[in-house]
Design a protein around this ligand. Structure first.
Ligand code: COA
Length: 259
């Protein structure tokens, strides 16, 4: 891969955006590479948690402004749809995806972090949706994911002013779930990943999908779906092992049969 780097340590994968001279800006080529990586990752059954991070001074400093600067409307809509599709695919991965943010997470970079399941960020990270300063709006679903994460008030404030906030402020408003000390984003994300791995290998992806799908469903429908998903798990052997282990005061041994 030219703009991405991937390494897997057991069930944990680390995907690094690796275009540091452009602060990892998302060009069409980067989005293509990310999409093809994600299609492979979806099928990688040995991978259970994926951590996203950036090389150099930034997580990702946004969609590539040079790319967008020559757009006509038709190219603009294609670019937005592409980003939305790729981030949507990321969000739908069966694996748990953790953003480990340091430095800049601006525009498309913040939208990328919002498409992850969990956000870890260094106190000094810089989040923002500065698109309006360029005469555009967030186009990779930021106008939709941001209010869902932090409420419409903070979403309008951030999108309409284009102001940047630190990781610490982002944590205070609920945009970031876990704060890390400077230089510790990856290490902190690895700790979170290890906790995710303690959960049942069937339960985790189903719990993820349930939350994701449920928010866009009417409550009674989502509730029915939840009960069916809850019941389905009992056909996998996993709850039996998980609860037996609790009662026997030991750690669950997730096996092929129970997982
Ligand atoms: N698209 C394309 N290139 C970008 C970029 C982006 N979103 N963000 C940074 N870069 C490039 C710069 O053009 C520069 O390239 P160059 O060396 O060829 O000139 C390089 O990355 C380093 O950025 P620079 O601006 O010199 O670093 P800085 O420390 O002075 O400023 C930022 C850092 C993040 C404040 C500044 O780069 C910035 O405002 N970037 C754009 C953020 C943005 O608006 N994102 C939303 C886009 S939708």
């Amino acid at each position: 891969m030219e703009f991405l780097k991937f390494e897997q340590q057991g069930p944990i994968g680390i995907l690094s955006f690796n275009r540091p001279d452009k602060l990892n800006a998302l060009s069409l080529d980067v989005l293509d590479e990310l999409e093809s990586f994600l299609r492979d990752a979806e099928k990688n059954t040995s991978l259970r948690v994926l951590i996203l991070r950036g090389e150099g001074r930034a997580f990702v400093a946004g969609a590539d402004i040079r790319t967008m600067s020559g757009f006509q409307a038709e190219e603009a809509v294609a670019f937005a749809r592409k980003g939305q599709r790729v981030f949507g695919f990321l969000e739908e991965l069966p694996q748990v995806v953790i953003a480990a943010v340091h430095g800049y997470a601006l525009g498309g970079g913040m939208e990328l972090a919002m498409a992850c399941d969990i956000r870890v960020a260094e106190r000094t990270a810089q989040f923002g949706q500065p698109e309006v300063h360029l005469g555009i709006i967030p186009g990779f679903a930021g106008t939709q994911r941001l209010p869902r994460l932090v409420g419409t008030g903070w979403a309008r404030y951030l999108i309409l002013t284009g102001r940047r906030i630190t990781g610490e402020e982002a944590h205070r408003i609920g945009l970031v779930e876990v704060l890390a000390e400077e230089g510790k984003a990856l290490e902190t994300a690895m700790d979170v990943a290890r906790d995710v791995l303690k959960g049942g290998p069937h339960a985790i992806p189903l719990a993820k999908r349930m939350v994701l799908r449920g928010v866009d469903m009417p409550f009674p429908v989502a509730q029915a779906f939840e009960a069916e998903t809850f019941a389905y798990l009992f056909t996998t052997g996993e709850p039996q092992e998980g609860m037996r282990a609790f009662l026997e005061k030991r750690r669950p041994a997730w096996t092929e049969e129970s997982s």
